[in-house]
Design a protein around this ligand. Structure first.
Ligand code: GBH
Length: 490
């Protein structure tokens, strides 16, 4: 029975971490300064701009210019009163060649300054080791489809731990495997835009979970005994339900869809090991029928399964929305592809409020449902919501974001009351930043950034004041309305 059940929780526990997040390519800028190497996102923006959804010539070359505005970032983090700040380290900034033959001192300086400033003000850093900006030099060798990447990633993680693990206690190995593998290698929505679904995304999936496990074991054997921190991985998890709950076909489509986006990454680490059984069987059958001599979904050896299984201290979850899943009237997907293997179509309802991002609609109670599902699937696991947020446009009175934020935090409280071991919540994002293929069209920030101005001035939105009040009182006061949009450090 849950310790929470007897006394429904109205208040967030004192040790619950309230945070906000960012990612290196989205905020740092300084893409070619101080010895930084080229990443696959630099390459994507400079050499394949036609693949962008926002056709406005934007890129992350300067972004929110956090590399030159550390004081500003610390200032706004302190104004909000965050318990914790999530940021990522840029692999090519730290290791310009992708390999540890040279370590960039300027990068160590920048991240040291950031970490030290956070700690000076009692703010817990949670650091993503890899948030999508792979060194281009490693992509030229196949990137995440090359099994050697598990070793390259471990080498990189060792440099990260050597330099920062005396002070950073919370580590996120990799952000959103599904987006890296499916959208980057299976599709063209993200770098490296390989567009080889049903093959490259599956190779990536296996190599990526092994890379994660290598970093986990490295930390656990060599750094944890000295510093006692914790290591997790971040999955994207959008809520999903069969469109017709009486239909066996819809239920199967829903299951295979969730396995294709989440299970193939989570099951090897948190489940019973290896890829999920139903999904492996489906891809093996399809592959045979298509004339492939073996399944397009690679297998794990017993040794690999054992190595990966249980390689976690907690799970990070990025959650934004959800969909209804059906097997009816499924479009003709390319063959082979992950979508064809899955055989599902995703439906959203017109009555759900639409954000500025085409992919985010407000599906009622999706976060609560997702947390409950994960809590039931993986009992005993600690969770953090590592991203959750609402995209709007420019403007400071962001009432939709305020409503969404309050609702999602209420859903967190409800999930905690029902026994889910949720330890923290990080809103996405601290400030407006470069939103990948969507450029600067989608604004997620608690703070607005003026990207037209070379100084990148920042202004708090209403949601910043509301979040600050929630953090301070550790309750959600639905009547709270700030008198003015002025933020100061308490
Ligand atoms: C997160 O991904 C990322 O981790 C974060 O860096 C990012 O800033 C944040 O989302 C907000 O965008 O409409 O077909 O082009 C969430 C997963 C992957 C969902 C890309 C939207 C585009 C789908 N996202 N996807 S489409």
């Amino acid at each position: 029975a849950s310790p929470w059940k007897e006394e429904p929780v109205k208040k967030f526990p004192e040790d619950f971490l309230f945070g906000a997040g960012s990612a290196a390519y989205q905020v740092e800028g300084a893409w070619n300064e101080d010895g930084k190497g080229e990443s696959i996102w630099d390459d994507f923006m400079h050499n394949k701009p036609w693949l962008m959804i926002a056709q406005d010539g934007s890129s992350g070359d300067v972004a929110s210019d956090s590399y030159h505005n550390l004081e500003r970032d610390i200032q706004i983090i302190r104004e909000l009163g965050l318990d914790s700040y999530r940021f990522s380290i840029s692999w090519p900034r730290l290791l310009p060649s992708g390999f540890p033959d040279q370590v960039n001192e300027a990068a160590i300086q920048y991240y040291n300054n950031l970490i030290n400033e956070l700690l000076k003000h009692n703010i817990e850093p949670i650091v993503t080791i890899y948030h999508w900006d792979l060194s281009k030099s490693l992509q030229d060798l196949g990137g995440w489809t090359n099994p050697n990447i598990a070793q390259w990633y471990e080498d990189y993680a060792r440099i990260v731990f050597d330099n920062f693990s005396d002070r950073v206690k919370l580590w996120l190995t990799i952000n959103e495997p599904n987006e890296i593998c499916y959208l980057g290698y299976g599709h063209v929505l993200e770098a490296p835009a390989l567009n080889a679904s049903g093959i490259a995304d599956y190779l990536c999936a296996k190599n990526l979970v092994i890379a994660h496990a290598r970093a986990y074991h490295l930390y656990t054997s060599q750094y944890k005994p000295l510093h006692g921190g914790r290591v997790g991985i971040v999955f994207s998890a959008n809520w999903h339900v069969p469109l017709n709950s009486d239909s066996e076909a819809d239920k199967l489509a829903d299951k295979l869809h969730f396995q294709s986006k989440f299970g193939i990454y989570a099951n090897p680490i948190f489940g019973y090991g290896g890829f999920p059984k139903e999904y492996s069987e489906r891809v093996a059958e399809k592959s045979a029928a298509q004339g492939f001599p073996r399944s397009r979904l690679p297998e794990f050896s017993e040794e690999e399964k054992h190595f990966v299984l249980g390689s976690y201290d907690f799970m990070g979850v990025n959650h934004y929305t959800g969909q209804l899943v059906t097997a009816e009237n499924v479009p003709e997907y390319a063959v082979p592809s992950l979508l064809d293997d899955t055989g599902a179509d995703l439906i959203t309802l017109n009555e759900w409020k639409q954000s500025t991002s085409p992919w985010i609609k407000w599906m009622p109670n999706s976060l609560y449902n997702q947390l409950l599902e994960l809590g039931n699937l993986y009992p005993g696991v600690d969770f953090y919501i590592t991203e959750n947020g609402w995209s709007g446009s420019t403007g400071l009175v962001d009432d939709d974001r305020v409503d969404y934020l309050r609702s999602c935090l209420q859903q967190c409280l409800d999930a905690v009351a029902d026994g889910v071991r949720l330890k923290g919540y990080y809103t996405w994002s601290l400030m407006d930043s470069f939103e990948w293929a969507f450029g600067y069209d989608a604004r997620f920030g608690l703070y607005e950034i003026d990207f037209e101005d070379p100084k990148r001035p920042h202004t708090p939105r209403k949601s910043a004041l509301v979040y600050k009040h929630i953090i301070k009182t550790r309750t959600i006061d639905y009547d709270y309305a700030p008198d003015s949009l002025v933020m100061t450090i308490d």
